[in-house]
Write a protein that binds this ligand. Sequence first.
Ligand SMILES: [Zn+2]
Length: 285
Amino acid sequence: MPRAYRTKITVSLALASAQVNVYTAIEKEAGNTIVCTGKDEQHTHVATQIKQTRVCPVPDCENSDPATFRSVAPTGDGGGVLLDAGEREAIKKAAAEATKDRIALTPHPVENVRSSTIPSGSVYWLSAQPSIGWDHLVDAMARHPEVAFLGTWSPQGKPNLYEFRMFGTTMLMVQVARTEAIKVEAQPAPTLLDAFTQSQMDMLVAGTTKDYDPAVYVSEFETKMAELVASKSPEETVVLSTSKSGTKEAAPVADFTASLAASLAAVGEDGKPKARKAKTKKEAA
Ligand SMILES: [Zn+2]
């Protein structure tokens, strides 16, 4: 069994509850391991990892010349293979080149994709110049929820996998973990419950299902912070200076969290205006 991220967490649905352990579902991507093998050919030592300090920790070496450091490709057994300077970057660059500015989408049955990929990493939303091509993309995506549209993109010199889908009328690209990076362990099939127990759970689910209300899921921390901020006296207000010059006028953004917090604050018990948090956030942007 892998090491759990957290243990003994209780998950409950009304009276049905269970204790679970929580595991990381995605293999952490191997970073670029930098090693020193000695500052020159006369002074060599076993490959030793260079940490943030950028100085070789080997006594009598203390090499700090990055040009002499080597990169290591991990071989999965805790060891690795020494790479020459630039070899890793060259492969990365070649792999990314075709998908840096161009994403070719491929449709797949959604159940294939759901059973072979899981969400991971970044989520982006897209805007587009009005065009027939864009209309086609949006129309196909909106009318085909049975299809998952996958594409590869290299925002940072490395091809990532994304699923494209609609969120309302806006297109999202949601990064997904590739099948080989998923380390989810299949759990035993659930015990089949008897018909009576099942009908009880069906009644429970039907009886407690209600429309999704964002207010129910508002972060309690954010709400308490807004209250705390509103309770401070004007003397405790500061203006933050930024080193950025030439501040551009930001495009209007529908900040749902801020507007929700503001509307919640507006109905505060004491009736005082409590929109200061949202204002501060806007000013800082
Ligand atoms: Zn060294």
